[in-house]
Design a binder for this molecule. Structure first.
Ligand SMILES: CC(C)(COP(=O)(O)OP(=O)(O)OC[C@H]1O[C@@H](n2cnc3c(N)ncnc32)[C@H](O)[C@@H]1OP(=O)(O)O)[C@@H](O)C(=O)NCCC(=O)NCCS
Length: 363
């Protein structure tokens, strides 16, 4: 390894993107975006610093961010997220600009974030890393669905640091617009299959007060209902107050939330949700966020109905975006079936990795 001077320092999360101390945070998000663009081969998955800041200010989680400086500029970043109510798990992310790799920066950042995790008593470290297609042997997911190229830099790096591949996630893209007559036809067929006990509701922006309690139940279920294989992602508990605080933080990020939910008419309770996060600029891609149907209500085509309902809402109320991007576990066939029926196609894959810190590997 060539020896090149670099230093690592912690980043203070600014209260606002316009704060005098926001420069390092902004540069760290720019590193995030440069690496995402390099890994996926498109800048469609980039987010602005203002869009990213709310999740860093979320007081229901702990956050740490470190950056690597080389020649007076930020060339890498390492971050950690952890839930306050669950003591074991944390999510790590280390990224180095493509032109500054193989110089030890990634190792130094990983050691820094792993040390912070250890000091906080965290023993379960989870990493999601994009794996571009690569030649040669593949490392297969223990779920039996998906693989990553064994010679890719991130795969070599994570294996070398003692992480284990637990799952493969598929990134999918739906080119817009979708023919409206096709969508209306699909929605009618799904509604017939669902029967008379369910009704869709759609809205833009903040969650109506009448649905806050039900949405808190759905969000909490979302944290554990998504297949997480050997990652065993912990439950994240949502309350109406947490939803309201999150909405207030996100109010300044320039994006619009579009929801479609499904009400179970006999109980008057919501039993499913889907949400798009729509950027202000119509040149940019829409993000598909949470989609969930509660277990007792599965098998009624409600996932398809909600997705199509939300797509119709997007195309009618906020038209002009080039595509929608979504991420699903490769083994989550029911969700992939819904997405493929609407027209989503694969755009890339991410490995989900885990390292458990024990007395022996506490290095
Ligand atoms: C993975 C990543 C962070 C590595 O950053 P880096 O600064 O190049 O890492 P280092 O220089 O410290 O490399 C450490 C070791 O990882 C392995 N490695 C890293 N890149 C490699 C490559 N292209 N080929 C083979 N091995 C590689 C090697 O064992 C290397 O040690 P060596 O250079 O002494 O042989 C960087 O490639 C990156 O940002 N990738 C995209 C983001 C990502 O996938 N992050 C995953 C971890 S959260």
């Amino acid at each position: 390894m060539t020896t090149v001077a670099f230093t690592i320092s912690p980043v203070r999360i600014p209260a606002s993107i316009d704060s005098a101390d926001a420069a390092d945070f902004i540069a760290a998000i720019e590193v995030r975006n440069a690496v995402e663009t390099h890994s996926y081969g498109t800048d469609e998955l980039n987010f602005s610093p203002a869009e990213m800041l709310p999740r860093w200010l979320d007081s229901h989680k702990r956050h740490w961010m470190f950056v690597a400086w080389m020649g007076g500029r930020i060339v890498g970043r390492g971050s950690i997220d952890a839930l306050l109510e669950e003591p074991e798990t944390c999510w790590l992310d280390v990224r180095v600009l493509p032109e500054c790799r193989r110089l030890g920066v990634g190792t130094a950042l990983a050691e820094c974030v792993e040390a912070a995790a250890r000091e906080d008593g965290r023993t379960k470290l989870i990493v999601y890393a994009v794996s571009a297609p690569g030649a040669g042997p593949q490392l297969h997911s223990p779920t039996g669905f998906g693989s990553v190229p064994q010679q890719n830099p991130e795969v070599r790096f994570l294996l070398g640091r003692g992480y284990r591949l637990e799952q493969v996630e598929r990134g999918s893209r739906l080119a817009l617009p979708v023919d409206e007559a096709d969508l209306v036809g699909l929605l009618a067929a799904s509604a017939t299959a669902a029967g008379p006990d369910y009704r869709l509701h759609s809205w833009s922006g903040r969650i109506p007060a009448r649905w806050l309690a039900d949405m808190a139940v759905l969000y909490t279920a979302m944290s554990t209902e998504e297949p997480s294989a050997g990652l065993e992602e912990p439950e994240s508990v949502w309350t109406p107050e947490r939803i309201t605080q999150t909405e207030e933080l996100e109010a300044v990020n320039g994006r619009t939330s579009l929801f479609t939910v499904v009400e179970n008419l006999p109980t008057g309770r919501l039993c499913g949700l889907t949400m798009f996060s729509v950027p202000a600029e119509t040149t940019r891609v829409v993000s598909q966020e949470d989609t969930l149907v509660m277990p007792a209500h599965r098998g009624h085509r409600l996932g398809t109905s909600m997705k199509i309902g939300n797509l119709l809402q997007l195309q009618r109320d906020l038209p002009g975006h080039p595509a929608i991007a979504t991420f699903n576990a490769e083994e989550n066939r029911p969700m992939l079936d819904v997405n493929e029926a609407v027209g989503f196609r694969p755009m890339g894959y991410e490995g989900a990795w885990k390292k458990v810190l024990t007395a022996r590997n506490l290095r």
